[in-house]
Design a protein around this ligand. Structure first.
Ligand SMILES: Cc1cc2nc3c(=O)[nH]c(=O)nc-3n(C[C@H](O)[C@H](O)[C@H](O)COP(=O)(O)OP(=O)(O)OC[C@H]3O[C@@H](n4cnc5c(N)ncnc54)[C@H](O)[C@@H]3O)c2cc1C
Length: 407
C-alpha cells in the first residue's frame, strides 16, 4: 500500500484547484502576504465568509474582462499529494457531448492559479473570456493547467474508487480499481471531490439493460436510424434532443416534469443559443419532435419497444435508440462506513444534491477530522466553478496549516 500525506479524489476543477495549492502555488496579496495560511476562522468570526473573501480576490467584480484577480501566485514547497480519479484532468468535462457549451462565460470556469488570459497567450488562442466556452477549449485549458503547474505527474487516472475506510490510527484507506487490478492507498488527509454526478441515476424499470439503451450522449453520429427516444428533462437531455432533432431525427422526448417547468427553463435560458433554438422548436410545433410531459417509462422490451404512461394511458412505441439522461448523484455510498451529516440543497435547476456538512472556515467535515469536501459537495459552496473554486483555498490552507503545525 502506498501512503501519501494528502489524497484528493477526483480530477475535476474542484480537485485540481486543491492540488495546485498543495503543489506549492500559493496566492499572495499585493503586499506580499501569503494568503494560504491566513486565519480563516478569525475572518469568519469577524463576519466575513472565507469562501466569499477568496472568490472576491479572484474575481473582484463579476464579468471582469480578463478574469483579473487581486492575488498572484508564487511557488512554495510541495506537500506530498496525489489525485485518484477515473477521468483525466477536467473531470466530467471529458464526457459531456462533443459540442457542449458552458452555461456561463469562460472566465467563470477558470481556476485562479493559471488565468485563462495566460492560457490564451501560451497557446496562441483567442478564447473570448466573456463568452461561453466549448468543451474542447475548456478541456484543453484544464489539461494545460495540470501540465503547466506540474500536477500531471501526481494525477493517477483510470482509477475507480471502490471503497474508503477510516482506520483507528486516523489514516484513511482508499481502494481503487486500475485496469482490473485492485490498488490500496492510505493518507492522513482526504479530499472528497468526486463531483455532483458520480453515480448515474437509474430509471429502475424492467429492461433497462437492452443494448439499444444508452446512458449518455456524446454526438449525433453515434446514433444511426431515424427514431430516437430521449428520457430526461434537464439541460443534458435538452441538449441531446435538440442536437439530434437538428440532424433530422424523429424525437420522442419523455419527461416527468410538467410542461410549465420546461417552458420556464427555456424562458430563463434565452441567453444561450440552444435554448433560443428550443424556443423556436416549440413555437413551430414540428411534428418530428414529440414532447411528452408528466410521462414515465413503464418498461423496455425486446425489438426496441418502449412502453410509457402519459395521461394515465399506456402506449408502446418503437425507437432505434433510447438515450436516458436523468442526471446523477454524488457517490456518498463510498463514505457509508464513516458517520457523516448532510445538508439538503435543492433549487430549481443547478443545486439538487446532498452536501457534506463542513466547517465554513475550512470545508472540513463537522463529523470527521481531516476529511474535506470539494466543489459542490461542501455545504456553503458557491454556484458554478467561479463560486466553488474559492473553497479550494480553504481546504488546501487548512491542510497546510495543520502540516506546518505538526512539523
Ligand atoms: C452538461 C453539464 C454542463 C455543465 N455546465 C456548467 C457550466 O457551464 N458552468 C459551471 O460552472 N458548471 C457547469 N457544470 C457543473 C459541473 O459540475 C462543473 O463544471 C464541474 O465539472 C464540477 O467539478 P468537480 O470537480 O466538482 O466534479 P467533476 O467535474 O464531476 O469531477 C469529478 C471527477 O471524479 C470522477 N469520479 C467520480 N466517481 C468516481 C469514482 N468512484 N472513482 C474515480 N473517479 C470518480 C468523475 O468521473 C470526475 O471525472 C455542468 C455540468 C454538466 C454535467
Amino acid at each position: 500500500m502506498s501512503h501519501h500525506e494528502v489524497i484528493i479524489l477526483g480530477a475535476g476543477p474542484a480537485g485540481l484547484g486543491v492540488a495546485a495549492s498543495l503543489e506549492g502555488w500559493h496566492p499572495y496579496d499585493n503586499h506580499g502576504k501569503n494568503l494560504i495560511t491566513m486565519d480563516t476562522k478569525s475572518l469568519l468570526g469577524s463576519g466575513i465568509r472565507p469562501i466569499v473573501h477568496f472568490r472576491d480576490l479572484h474575481h473582484p467584480e463579476d464579468n471582469t474582462l480578463y478574469g483579473s484577480n487581486r492575488f498572484n501566485f508564487r511557488k512554495n514547497n510541495r506537500v506530498d499529494w496525489i489525485i485518484l480519479s477515473d477521468d483525466a484532468a477536467g473531470g466530467l468535462w471529458n464526457n459531456v457531448p462533443s459540442n457542449q457549451l458552458t452555461l456561463g462565460p469562460a472566465n467563470w470556469m477558470e481556476l485562479s492559479h493559471y488565468p485563462m488570459k495566460q492560457f490564451n497567450y501560451d497557446n496562441h488562442t483567442n478564447i473570448n473570456l466573456r463568452e461561453i466556452i466549448n468543451k474542447n477549449n475548456l478541456l484543453s485549458y484544464y489539461k494545460k493547467f495540470s501540465k503547466k503547474l506540474n500536477l500531471d505527474h501526481h494525477i493517477y487516472n483510470e482509477h475507480k474508487i471502490i471503497s474508503i475506510e477510516k482506520k483507528q490510527n486516523s489514516n484513511f484507506i482508499i481502494c481503487s480499481k486500475y485496469k482490473d487490478i485492485k490498488k490500496e492507498y492510505s493518507c492522513k488527509y482526504l479530499v472528497f471531490a468526486l463531483g455532483p454526478k458520480s453515480i448515474k441515476r437509474k430509471l429502475g424499470v424492467p429492461g433497462e439493460n437492452f443494448d439499444y439503451i444508452n446512458n449518455s450522449y456524446t454526438k449525433p453520429e453515434d446514433f444511426e436510424g431515424k427514431n430516437i427516444t430521449i428520457v430526461g428533462g434537464g439541460r443534458s437531455s435538452d441538449w441531446a434532443a435538440q442536437e439530434l432533432f437538428d440532424k433530422g431525427k424523429n424525437i420522442t422526448y419523455i419527461m416527468r416534469q410538467k410542461e410549465e417547468n420546461h417552458s420556464r427553463l427555456i424562458q430563463e435560458s434565452q441567453f444561450l443559443d440552444y435554448y433560443k433554438r428550443w424556443h423556436e422548436i416549440i413555437s413551430n410545433k414540428k411534428k418530428n419532435m414529440t414532447l411528452l410531459y408528466e410521462s414515465k417509462v413503464i418498461r423496455f422490451s425486446k425489438n426496441n419497444q418502449i412502453t410509457y404512461e402519459n395521461n394515465l394511458k399506456q402506449q408502446t412505441i418503437k425507437s432505434d435508440h433510447v438515450i436516458i439522461e436523468i442526471g446523477g448523484l454524488p457517490n456518498y455510498d463510498l463514505l457509508k462506513n464513516i458517520n457523516l451529516e448532510f445538508h439538503e440543497k435543492y433549487d430549481n435547476y443547478r443545486f439538487q444534491l446532498l452536501q457534506m456538512k463542513v466547517h465554513q472556515h475550512s470545508f472540513e467535515s463537522i463529523n470527521v477530522s481531516n476529511l474535506y469536501a470539494g466543489g459542490y459537495l461542501a455545504q456553503g459552496t458557491g454556484l458554478s466553478v467561479i463560486g466553488f473554486h474559492a473553497g479550494s483555498f480553504l481546504i488546501s490552507g487548512d491542510i497546510i496549516k495543520k502540516i506546518y503545525a505538526n512539523n
